[in-house]
Design a protein around this ligand. Sequence first.
Ligand SMILES: [Zn+2]
Length: 104
Amino acid sequence: MPQHHIIDPLVVVEETVRASRFSGLAELLDDDDYASLDPDRLEEWVTQLREVERDIRRLRLRLAHELNGPGAECDQCGAPVLGRTDRRYCSPACRQRAYRRRSA
Ligand SMILES: [Zn+2]
């Protein structure tokens, strides 16, 4: 039995989505709250959040691939495109990049 079958796919997706929701709580903090944090831990937190962002982005793109099928890919980066079927880009950033490339 392959190792990945030990993990329930539903648990992986549900837990990742649930954990990502807590990131909204950070908006409740004000400048004093952030100033009260341990400066020695900032680098560790930034590094971990960068990895989480990457993992969540990968999960989102992979789920979008399941949702939309292999046909709907971003013209700029090839990532799956969410939403309307006439959308050409996966994100505003990719639309901007494509525009800059065309007008360069
Ligand atoms: Zn893209």
